[in-house]
Structures are given as structure tokens and as C-alpha cells.
Write a protein that binds this ligand. Structure first.
Ligand code: TMP
Length: 250
């Protein structure tokens, strides 16, 4: 159920951000809408918004407990969370542990190759340009980050990768790769924002026998494998087996 909220500040493909009556805060609604290939493919999947909101809440709390600053404040209802208002850096920060997706389309590395150390890829967040991969030189040319911030982001996302990969391993889940969005708060601190869900991560089931059965993330939608919501529900079920319910924000 929708909580009391202020004006719609921003609507993305999978979330809406509303003003909150609390200063410096926003309310985030997770939608059932699903898109892929820069919204060329679209659908609405009943229950997806709730699952992604719950999974993101658990994962933000896990990161916070290990000293990572996130925008998350708490759940407001099943598909809504309260978050700190931050300025989002226009980058999609991708960390890859196993080669898949665009890495295998753009290089000769074969799908499923374990990378000897996690690969960090930075993309310019701009739908009209289809989120292009940035070289370090282009990142510098665009002036989006200072050198210090660039290094801080690398340290931050490598720490997030370690925390999430270790957690998922306990659930017999493999974190193949994921995308983070980073915000800056009023004091200039870097904060993990947006969402961390099967829409933004590749997560494989270590208990599955076949390579299509193991996919528990948005690749099920991208590749028309079916069972998208069921796969997301399986991830939440395993998380709930070892984690307490996310906190309710009042
Ligand atoms: P990629 O292999 O297509 O570059 O995707 C890498 C990771 O980033 C994968 O976990 C999916 C995620 N991702 C997003 O969250 N949003 C996007 O728009 C894209 C292209 C990928």
C-alpha cells in the first residue's frame, strides 16, 4: 500500500522517487515494471516490486552492518522504502567476478570464465547514449569525478563485492556481477544508493544442475527463460532463512 508521500521527484524504469515530509529524505517505490536492452523490451511482473524492495532492504542492512554507507533508512511498506536524499553520480559502476553479459559480447572471453580478480567497469548513465562504457581517459575528460573520488569508489565497490559475495556464498548463491549507483550527500560523502536486487545483479544458484536453471536474476527476463518472479522469490527465501526481517521506518 502506498504511504503518504509528497511530489514525484523522479520516475525511472523500475522505481519512482517521491518527496518525503521529512527533511533530507525521499520515499522510493519499487515498481513491477521490467525493462531490458534500454527499454526496448518491457513487461510488468506481478510481485517483482515487493521482492526487489525486500531484497534490497536486506542487502543495504547487511552493508550498513559492515560499515558501508547506504541511502537506505528502512522499509515503509512492502514495496516502499525510505532513503536519504543524495545526488546520484551519473555512472553505472559494474563489478564482475565471472565473465557474462556484455563482457562476453565485447571481448573473446567465454561465458562463465572466473576472473582472476574482480573487474570494475564504469558506464556513463545516460539512456539517450545507451549507457556507454567509459575509458579512464573519457571519465577524466567528462570531469564527473575527482581522482580521489574515483579511487574512493573503487575501494568502496570492491568492499561491497566482498561483503555481498561472501553473504551469497552462504546461501549457495553465486554473485556473478552487479551494478551499483553511488550518490554524494550534502557533506560530500559517497553513499551506495539506488537498489541491489536481481534486476541489478547476476545471481546463480549453486544448487542447480543446468546452466539455464541456475539463473535467478533478470537474465531470465532478458533471455525469455520464464519464472522471473519465482527466481527472485527463491533469492528472498534463502536470505530470510538467515537474516532477520528488515527494519520498519516510522
Ligand atoms: P552487462 O553484462 O549487461 O554489462 O551487465 C552487468 C551487470 O550490470 C549485470 O549484473 C546487470 C547490471 N545492469 C544493470 O543493473 N543495469 C543495466 O542497465 C545494465 C546494462 C546492466
Amino acid at each position: 500500500m502506498a504511504p503518504n508521500h509528497g511530489l514525484l521527484l523522479y520516475e525511472g524504469k523500475a522505481k519512482r522517487i517521491f518527496d518525503s515530509d521529512k527533511k533530507g529524505q525521499v520515499l522510493v517505490e519499487f515498481k513491477n515494471d521490467t525493462t531490458a536492452f534500454n527499454a526496448l523490451k518491457k513487461s510488468s511482473l506481478k510481485g517483482k516490486g515487493i521482492l526487489n524492495c525486500q531484497i534490497s532492504s536486506h542487502l543495504f542492512e547487511l552493508l550498513e552492518a559492515q560499515g558501508v554507507d547506504t541511502h537506505y533508512l528502512g522499509l515503509v511498506s512492502d514495496s516502499w522504502m525510505a532513503a536519504k536524499r543524495v545526488e546520484i553520480i551519473p555512472l553505472e559502476v559494474v563489478v564482475r567476478n565471472i565473465a557474462f553479459g556484455s563482457l562476453c559480447k565485447e571481448t573473446p572471453i567465454t561465458e562463465g570464465t572466473e576472473l582472476s580478480s574482480p573487474l570494475l567497469d564504469l558506464y556513463f548513465k545516460d539512456d539517450s547514449l545507451s549507457d556507454p562504457l567509459l575509458t579512464e581517459a573519457r571519465l577524466e575528460l567528462l570531469g564527473i569525478l575527482s581522482n580521489n573520488q574515483r579511487n574512493e569508489i573503487e575501494t568502496l565497490v570492491r568492499k561491497v563485492n566482498l561483503i555481498l559475495s561472501t553473504f551469497f556464498e552462504k546461501l549457495d548463491l553465486i554473485l556473478v556481477d552487479f551494478k551499483l549507483e553511488i550518490g554524494i550527500n550534502a557533506e560530500g560523502r559517497l553513499i551506495v544508493a539506488d537498489e541491489i536486487s536481481p534486476d541489478t545483479c547476476r545471481i546463480w544458484d549453486a544448487r542447480a544442475d543446468s546452466s539455464s536453471d541456475r539463473i535467478l536474476d533478470k537474465d531470465r527476463f532478458r533471455k525469455d527463460l520464464g519464472g522471473v518472479v519465482e527466481a527472485y522469490a527463491e533469492i528472498l527465501k534463502r536470505i530470510q532463512e538467515i537474516s532477520p526481517n528488515p527494519r520498519i521506518y516510522k
